[in-house]
Write a protein that binds this ligand. Structure first.
Ligand code: NAD
Length: 541
């Protein structure tokens, strides 16, 4: 097995940054360089305000990037939790397989824009660039856009040292490892490179916990001696903290396909229970009760069975589109249709939600203000890409409300605005006047009160804990004098809404919010909602 001393991550995004940090943290004797073309992102990784908000990440980055003068207790095996940042000679292993090292750390994690230099030093190169849905030409709206991956591969081909192992970390269509291999061959016909598939299964919002204790690490390689040796080298990197029984080695195609199917099956569970929720509402059954009873079946399991307004984010939709496109290319129309139906239900569910809001506001939003609580595609992340909220907002905008005020406790206002503009531009189909008149109705606020003030409805579209907490929502209700509901036919309490739509993120508080300034309740639980900059406070010492 070739020994790995130097690793390079190409792409410092939601996957590259945290994965590199965890590998560096657990392999203090390896140098880990993370490179990106985006100088702003690299500057953020080098600052105290990381570009990605994940619990525990600032601490790991700080230890690996900045090193420690004092001895650290590093529990490098057996999935032990993070040690404290101060030395602790009395610390003992909480797991029989733990290896405790007491040592000061020199920095071994670097972020930079010097892509070629970092590539040329690396024994192992992880390609973690974005692979979005292609939006032009052949396969538009369906296939994966491999432009960034091709560009990164070309740079690697020109600069990598002979024998470096290239690891495909991005989610890609089956067969992409072969494309990478052929690009390498084109540029460096004399130099052999091994290409491995090592897809990432972390979930945003719990990235550090997932990386610390992965269910499995999947490594796909060719079955040649050099392919198996490359897989063994990569395995040794993960074996620093992942039990070897959890490191699965398969062939490259199986690995690439497994990642697409894993996301498709998770999304399919969500669409399945959401389809059930529509049935429940018509039949008078309670989807939460159904979901609990289904989840008690050990064959089904309880996870991913909560009804709601569907999934958003940069992965599920794109990966299903990609999978369906792959099936269509192989003329497997039924297979493609099967997976596409998961997306159809997802769209149906959020449209149904938007229609419910409109119906409950007497079928018109004209002259009304709506408040959107939560914009991130899920809680505990600052990722706004393709969130459910952006699509619901687009639906509501079509009804020409006076204003839609958006508040999210974790997302940067400019990222919210950019994402809304992207979707609104698409909806306006190039009509600049229409798109700017739609955008003029959007207001992004830094506090919940400002968003709720004067709103006819508050729609909760991200499951931030603050919004799920019944006492928090009671506070919104207290702040909103329900007496002035002259334009509403019925009032639903938060509890009733939760019952109707399950614990998740659908909650329309029909109300006119007035006199917000007079609400000076010091114990108001919603005061816990913090502006975006405060969400980064754990980056500070
Ligand atoms: P991202 O957009 O956050 O990050 C990608 C980064 O790559 C960007 O910062 C971009 O500037 C950089 N980049 C693009 N081309 C480059 C080049 N030629 N050289 C150097 N840097 C370059 O994307 P992400 O969310 O980290 O996702 C990356 C891949 O991982 C995607 O294929 C995605 O499907 C997959 N994935 C994502 C998640 C997730 O939760 N976000 C989970 C598992 C897998």
């Amino acid at each position: 097995t070739p020994s790995v001393k130097n690793i390079c991550f190409v792409g410092a995004g939601f996957v590259g940054g945290p994965t590199a940090a965890l590998i560096a943290y657990h392999n203090p004797h390896m140098t880990v360089n993370v490179v990106d073309l985006n100088a702003e992102r690299i500057a953020a990784w080098n600052s105290n305000h990381l570009p990605i908000h994940e619990t525990g990440l600032p601490k790991i980055v700080r230890i690996a990037r900045d090193g420690t003068k004092e001895a650290q207790v590093i529990l490098s095996r057996g999935f032990d939790s993070l040690s404290s940042s101060s030395s602790s000679s009395s610390a003992s292993s909480s797991s029989p397989s733990s290896v405790i090292r007491l040592e000061a750390r020199t920095p071994n994690l670097r972020f930079s824009c010097d892509v070629t230099a970092a590539i040329s030093e690396a024994d192992v190169l992880f390609v973690c660039v974005n692979t979005p849905t292609k939006m032009y030409g052949v396969g538009a709206g369906a296939s994966a856009d491999l432009g960034a991956l091709e560009a990164a591969t070309r740079t690697i081909a020109k600069n990598a040292k002979a024998g470096a192992v290239i690891v495909e970390k991005s989610t890609v269509p089956c067969g992409t490892a072969r494309i990478i291999q052929s690009i390498l061959l084109q540029h460096r016909p004399e130099t052999p490179f091994e290409v491995l598939s090592n897809p990432e299964f972390l979930a945003e919002g719990s990235a550090v916990a997932n990386l610390m204790r992965p269910d499995r690490i999947l490594i796909g390689s060719s079955s040649t001696p050099s392919g198996l040796a490359a897989a063994a080298a990569l395995r040794s990197v993960y074996a620093a903290w992942v039990p070897t029984a959890r490191i699965l080695t398969v062939n490259t195609f199986s690995s690439e396909l497994t990642k697409l199917i894993a996301n498709a099956m998770l999304a399919q569970r969500i669409s399945s229970i959401n389809a059930v929720s529509a049935l429940c509402e018509d039949l008078g059954a309670d989807v939460e009760q159904v979901s609990r009873a289904l989840g008690a079946d050990s064959r089904l399991g309880a996870k991913f069975l909560h009804a709601g307004i569907g999934f958003g984010g940069s992965c599920f939709e794109k990966d299903i589109l990609n999978l369906a496109y792959l099936a269509r290319c192989m003329h497997l129309e039924e297979v493609a249709d099967y997976w596409t139906s998961v997306l159809n239900i997802n769209r149906y569910q959020r449209e149904r939600f938007a229609r419910t809001v409109i119906r409950k506001l007497n079928g018109t939003l004209r002259g009304k203000k709506l408040a959107i609580f939560g914009f991130a595609f899920k809680d505990s992340t600052n990722d706004t890409r393709n969130s459910v909220a952006v699509h619901v907002i687009a639906e509501l905008l079509a009804e020409q409300p006076r204003e839609i005020a958006v508040f999210d406790p974790g997302c940067a206002p400019e990222e919210i605005a950019d994402e809304i503009a992207r979707v609104v531009d698409g909806a306006a189909r190039g009509d600049k006047k229409l798109s700017s008149s739609m955008m003029a109705r959007i207001k992004i606020t830094s506090g919940w009160r400002e968003a709720a003030d004067g709103a006819s409805a508050v729609c909760i579209l991200t499951q931030w804990d603050h919004f799920r907490d019944a006492s928090s929502m009671a506070s919104v209700q207290r702040a909103a004098p329900l007496a002035s509901t002259d334009n509403l036919s019925s009032i639903l309490s938060v509890e009733e809404q939760h019952k109707e739509h399950s614990e998740m993120d659908i909650c329309v508080l029909e109300q006119i919010v007035r006199n917000m300034d007079q609400d000076t309740d010091a114990d108001d639980p919603l005061q816990r909602l913090v502006p975006p900059e405060a969400c980064q406070s754990d980056c500070k010492d």
